[in-house]
Ligand binder design. Structure first.
Ligand SMILES: Nc1ncnc2c1ncn2[C@@H]1O[C@H](COP(=O)(O)OP(=O)(O)OP(=O)(O)O)[C@@H](O)[C@H]1O
Ligand SMILES: [Mg+2]
Ligand SMILES: [Zn+2]
Length: 439
């Protein structure tokens, strides 16, 4: 096993030492156990499955094929580009099940589709990313049943597996069928990953995915370098005021700091507010909205949502991947809510609490991935936590109402952990601890 691991490490070209839970998962997969990994945001879950084509190559002449099912296109595209830059044969299937590399210019896509599709049919791929929708098309089904795939696939991975529950009902029903994929490759390894899932959900998932006696690999999801802050915002009846209260301080700070503005993601409740915030900054920042020449790619803020073209989304992600990007602030919807690995992000602002603790932990987990100190600022008002809000969980209401005790622990308790990993001074933990430390 050690030898194969070293071989796989060399292929991917990683210099860091693997962490305890990464190694533990690899060992269990080696022993042919079905695994569900519940490890913190930013822990490094992706590298586990990226090592598998070589680690689980076995007696095959060529590396195995790892199939990765994941929910968000832009994250898939980013990972494919990263792997391709290392010379790894990574491809992705889009919704329709036609191959596409997507990192290339749109104009060339038609050519690439056929070229990539041939690679996919021939099994000339090491890591194949897909949406669940594409996996269950007839065409891909045929490919997966072909002898080359039946021989070569060494692992079926489901990333962000908590989404099965969230999206499985009505929105993206194919998520619920993923158990069929497990059964289609009964002898391959089976691995599911997420940062945010409760014990009850894990049990349901294991069943739904038809895992046999799965091993659960867990670690405390606390991110001690993220300061948790809660602020009450004006009520909804003040339509403009409630938004201005959020955007004005950000705008003032941006005018002052410009290229030194801490890289921030602002999660926005709907497209209307998204447009409002964006226009507000545009009209306030005037010529200062650009670094250098006044052209769109030099603008220091941007908006990210599903209706954007893939090319525009890719531009934003590739900017955020830089150590010190021109882009300093992104207004985003849930479309940028998970998986994004950008080390420069040091602040998350929520204009409104997400409906579940899972979403909240995912979204704040975009910050502080370099280990730097950072802040997650949550705005809410009474309308946001009214019982009639669709999908709103009881725990989020309690979290918002709590102005007394340790917010960090409240968040962790929901995920079944009793202790926080935070060890700094009391005022540096969360806004409640800070208030208590001055009492
Ligand atoms: N053992 C390690 N030591 C140091 N850095 C690591 C290690 N493993 C992975 N990384 C780095 O950690 C970063 C985060 O990895 P990744 O995106 O896989 O996190 P994740 O666990 O999938 O988080 P999320 O739940 O937010 O998707 C990557 O930039 C990766 O290079
Ligand atoms: Mg991830
Ligand atoms: Zn605290």
């Amino acid at each position: 096993m050690e030898e194969k691991l070293e071989f796989a490490r060399r292929k991917i070209g990683i210099e860091y030492q693997l962490k305890e839970k990464q190694l533990e998962t690899l060992k269990k997969l080696w022993d042919k156990r079905d695994c569900i990994c519940v490890l913190p945001t930013g822990y490094g879950k992706s590298i586990i499955y990226q090592l598998l084509p070589w680690f689980l190559q076995g007696e095959r002449e060529r590396p195995g094929i790892v199939i990765v099912v994941a929910p968000l296109s832009s994250i898939i595209i980013d990972q494919v580009a990263f792997l391709a830059s290392k010379g790894i044969k990574a491809l992705s299937l889009n919704f329709e099940g036609t191959g596409c590399r997507s990192t290339d210019e749109e104009a060339d896509v038609s050519k690439l589709i056929t070229k990539d599709m041939q690679c996919i049919i021939d099994g000339d791929v090491e890591i194949l990313y897909s949406h669940p929708e594409a996996i269950f098309t007839k065409k891909i089904g045929r490919i997966l049943r072909s002898s080359i795939y039946q021989k070569s696939v060494c692992c079926i991975t489901i990333d962000e597996v908590h989404m099965i529950e969230e999206w499985g009902e009505e929105f993206r029903p194919k998520f619920k069928k993923l158990g069929e994929l497990t059964c289609l490759f009964p002898t391959a390894a089976h691995l599911s990953l997420t940062a945010t899932i409760t014990d009850t959900s894990i049990e349901n998932l294991g069943k739904l995915l038809q895992y046999r006696d799965p091993i659960i690999i867990k670690a405390n999801p606390d991110r001690p370098n993220i300061f948790l802050e809660k602020v009450v915002r004006p009520p909804n009846k003040d339509k403009v005021k409630k938004l201005d209260a959020i955007i004005r301080p950000l705008c003032e700070e941006m005018k002052e700091k410009r290229e030194n503005f801490p890289v921030t993601i602002v999660y926005v409740e709907n497209l209307e507010s998204l447009g409002y915030f964006y226009q507000y900054l545009k009209s306030e920042m005037k010529e200062y909205q650009y670094m250098g020449e006044p052209k769109p790619e030099n603008r220091i803020f941007a908006q990210f949502h599903n209706d954007y073209t893939e090319a525009m989304k890719c531009h934003i992600i590739s900017e955020l991947k830089k150590e010190n990007p021109t882009l300093r602030l992104v207004f985003a919807t849930v479309a940028l809510g998970m998986g994004l690995d950008a080390r420069c992000i040091t602040r998350i602002v929520h204009c409104r609490p997400p409906t579940t603790m899972e979403k909240y932990l995912q979204e704040i987990g975009r910050a502080g991935r370099s280990g730097a100190k950072c802040i997650a600022l949550l705005y809410f008002n009474n309308n946001d936590i009214a019982k009639n809000r669709k999908g709103l969980s009881e725990e989020v209401i309690e979290y918002c109402k709590n102005f007394e005790t340790y917010l960090r622990l409240q968040l962790l308790k929901y995920f079944g952990f009793k202790e926080s990993l935070y060890q700094g001074p009391q005022e540096g933990c969360c806004s409640n601890c800070r208030a208590n430390s001055f009492k």
